[in-house]
Design a protein around this ligand. Structure first.
Ligand code: AMP
Length: 211
């Protein structure tokens, strides 16, 4: 799943993974889990993440490669969220998955003006990653409706980090849209509007590609 930060990839991939009963592999979630565990790797990752920078390609490729060899992905397939983000990552992914290539790449398309507003008001649960916003907060204070965790603003949702991340998206990740189009894998889905309507659009697009 490609798409700008704030396009709703996390929310939509979580819903799609339930609908299609496949694992949702989010590199951002995996890195945030490592940060929370306080491992050496997590400490290093945090430096990049809070600055809004991408981790080095070889590091993140190693993380994804390790995850993709697990049995669940081999048997059920998977949804990749937040990876690849550079041409070199896409090329490595093609090599890693040569035996079982990707079926489809979705570009969840939301204009920059819209994601800027969404990112500034986004709030997330530190424990389960559930998404909220200033407009749609949890029911009780800033405590997660699902798991009771604290709901906060992500460290990389500050104005400076948001600008940096969106600039990196345009420079490094947006070229992948054409790269996958040239390989006949790309489907663009409008990610603007009501969350349920976007989920329905995605399911329709994926079902039609599967047929
Ligand atoms: P996300 O939650 O997908 O926005 O990811 C949060 C942060 O994790 C990014 O801003 C990067 O610092 C790091 N990250 C996640 N995925 C990747 C990736 N594929 N390549 C490099 N860094 C990544």
């Amino acid at each position: 799943m490609l798409g700008r930060q704030g396009a709703g990839k996390g929310t939509q991939c979580t819903r799609l993974s339930r609908h299609f009963v496949v694992p949702h592999i989010s590199t951002g979630d995996m890195l945030r889990a490592a940060v929370k565990e306080g491992t050496e790797f997590g400490r290093k990752a945090q430096e990049y993440m809070s600055a809004g920078e991408l981790l080095p390609d070889d590091v993140i490729i190693g993380v994804v490669e390790e995850r993709l060899v697990k049995d669940d992905t081999r048997n059920r397939g998977y949804i990749l969220d937040g990876f690849p983000r550079t041409l070199s990552q896409a090329q490595s992914l093609a090599e890693i998955t040569a035996g079982q290539p990707l079926d489809l790449v979705v570009d969840l398309d939301v204009p920059t003006e819209v994601v800027l507003v969404r990112l500034a008001s986004r709030r997330v649960c530190v424990d389960c990653g559930a998404n909220y916003s200033v407009q749609v907060p949890p029911k009780h204070g800033w405590t997660c409706d699902h798991c009771g965790g604290d709901v906060i603003q992500r460290a990389d949702d500050t104005e400076d980090a948001i600008k940096r991340r969106l600039a990196i998206y345009e420079a490094e990740t947006a070229p992948l849209i054409q790269w996958y189009e040239e390989r006949g894998l790309l489907m663009v889905v409008d990610g603007d509007g009501d969350t349920d309507a976007v989920t329905a659009r995605l399911i329709r697009a994926i079902d039609s590609a599967r047929r």
